[in-house]
Design a protein around this ligand. Structure first.
Ligand SMILES: NC(=O)c1ccc[n+]([C@@H]2O[C@H](COP(=O)([O-])OP(=O)(O)OC[C@H]3O[C@@H](n4cnc5c(N)ncnc54)[C@H](OP(=O)(O)O)[C@@H]3O)[C@@H](O)[C@H]2O)c1
Length: 257
């Protein structure tokens, strides 16, 4: 349960090795969050996040196995977490892959897998989390959309369409949960310098995981339902969404270089 100051005391991270997720955990643990549950695929990514959360002040830090595409296992994983930790204030959901448009077009099965990871697997898990949060009477789910989902670009429309789906899902789930004590926050970052974007040229208004974590935590404190990272990006994307297709193609071609 959030404390008397309304601050998050427990977080479940679906995609526990994420760079942005690490920054969110550190930020929350440095405040009043004491329980951090990192859910993800076995590997080397989650231990450093667990160490960082402990160093920032978390006292109960656990790693659990969760595979986004293994939807049949999701109910057990989510139920186990809620049963064991009693009360989860925040489910932060950064799992995802970027992939490249070329790789998706040359291997459509890989494109379908990206849809399963970035969208299908998160839909399954978020619905289960929502069910448990409704039962406990409170909680917040934070999903990671992207500006890439707001208007499809020919050079990343597979990734963009997974994010468009997740963005719509997050908004719809938030509306469905209105009045239950559970809310959903949709985060729309631009380019963030993480392992996901390693080696890529930074886009305008690029940010760091720490900056994005700051926008998210501020958004939680102020009750926002949509968080842009950075906030300035909402203005160009307001215009981009209104552009006629022929003009958007020119803008997108320029962005692709
Ligand atoms: N970085 C950006 O510029 C940017 C911009 C807009 C939106 N976003 C979104 O923000 C979120 C976090 O991004 P990030 O930069 O922090 O990425 P990141 O560091 O690459 O983290 C992504 C996480 O997703 C996990 N993951 C991938 N496939 C999975 C699967 N099948 N099952 C379970 N976990 C899986 C990865 O685990 P493994 O180590 O096991 O692969 C990794 O821990 C993503 O959803 C991303 O699309 C990022």
């Amino acid at each position: 349960m959030r404390d008397a100051f309304g601050e998050v005391q427990s977080v479940l991270v679906l995609g526990g090795g994420s760079d942005i997720g690490r920054a969110v955990c550190v930020r929350l643990a440095a405040s009043r969050c004491r329980t951090v549950v990192l859910a993800g695929r076995p590997g080397d990514d989650m231990e450093p996040v667990a160490d960082a959360a402990r160093a920032a002040g978390a006292t109960t830090v656990e790693i659990v196995e969760w595979e986004a595409t293994d939807v049949d296992s999701h109910r057990k994983v989510i139920d186990d977490v809620f049963d064991r930790f009693g009360d989860i204030d925040l489910a932060y959901v950064p799992a995802g892959i970027l992939g490249s448009q070329d790789a998706f077009e040359s291997d459509p099965a890989f494109a379908a897998k990206a849809v399963d990871i970035n969208f299908g697997g998160l839909v399954s898990s978020c619905l289960l989390v929502a069910e448990r949060m409704k039962a406990q009477g409170h909680g917040t789910i934070v999903v990671m959309s992207s500006v890439a989902g707001l208007r499809a670009r020919k050079d990343n429309f597979v990734y963009g369409s997974t994010k468009a789906g997740l963005d719509a899902f997050g908004q719809g789930l938030g509306d469905a949960l209105h009045g239950t004590g559970v809310r959903v926050v949709v985060v729309r970052p631009g380019f963030v310098r993480t392992k996901m974007t390693e080696g890529m040229d930074a886009a305008p208004f690029s940010t760091t995981p720490e900056e994005v974590a700051g926008y998210i935590v501020d958004g939680l404190a102020t009750g926002r339902e949509v968080v842009w990272a950075p906030p300035l990006l909402q203005y160009p994307f307001f215009v981009f969404r209104l552009l006629p297709r022929f003009l958007w193609r020119i803008v997108a071609d320029r962005a692709a270089g």
